[in-house]
Design a protein around this ligand. Sequence first.
Ligand SMILES: Nc1ncnc2c1ncn2[C@@H]1O[C@H](COP(=O)(O)OP(=O)(O)O)[C@@H](O)[C@H]1O
Ligand SMILES: [Mg+2]
Length: 238
Amino acid sequence: MIEVSALTVRFAGVTPLDDVTVAFPGGTCGLIGPNGAGKTTFFNVLSGFVRPAGGTIRCFGEDLLAMTDFRRARWGLRRTFQTEQAIEKLSVFDNVAMIHEHSSAKRATRRTDVLAAIELVGLDVSPRARVGELSAGARRLVEVARAVVGKPRVVLLDEPAAGLPQAETDHMSRLIRRIPEQVGALVVLVDHDMSLVQACCETTAVLDFGKLIASGPTAEVLRDENVIRAYLGTEEVE
Ligand SMILES: Nc1ncnc2c1ncn2[C@@H]1O[C@H](COP(=O)(O)OP(=O)(O)O)[C@@H](O)[C@H]1O
Ligand SMILES: [Mg+2]
């Protein structure tokens, strides 16, 4: 459970998060909203890149904002970015192992943990393949493997399926749904693909211009008038 209370972020002239109070109860939770709504900023606050002007975040009872970003990683917070982070010149194995090294997972199980993460995401390439040689879809799976290796507690996925063809989006959808049970982590999924969010998330929260406009069971949230209005003219709610 992630409990966010009165979270506010201010940059010069913008308030990308404005007094947001919301809970992400567990399993896979959706976080949606039009472009510029504050979704990535929220992930940046969770991972420690952005310091909020006010508010609190408790993850499984712990005060997240009191931890340094280094400690958050060791505690078990992981994320993917809208731009890929894996190093092209290195192998799939080394790219995933590098994250394991900075987690609290035991060194002795590194090899098995890394191979398990590669298997979990369904990458059908050699762990020795260099990331730069992989297809766009396979690289996206490497990003997810880096986010799930070594028992994370919270996994933040920032538009993991953006730009992928339907078959690969379907693969990503099945993978995301397996993470809570097989990895034991709470997942927060940000994506613009409403069918993906509907397939993966029991609950969804909606941001619009930095404000929480709805949260609750996904089906109800996607029927909410305020949510439909926020998306009109910008995105489609299917
Ligand atoms: N480092 C920054 N400095 C100033 N403004 C920023 C910064 N990061 C994001 N913003 C602004 O905050 C708002 C929310 O952005 P973002 O969190 O990236 O939205 P989303 O991920 O929902 O599309 C936007 O108006 C964006 O321009
Ligand atoms: Mg974003």
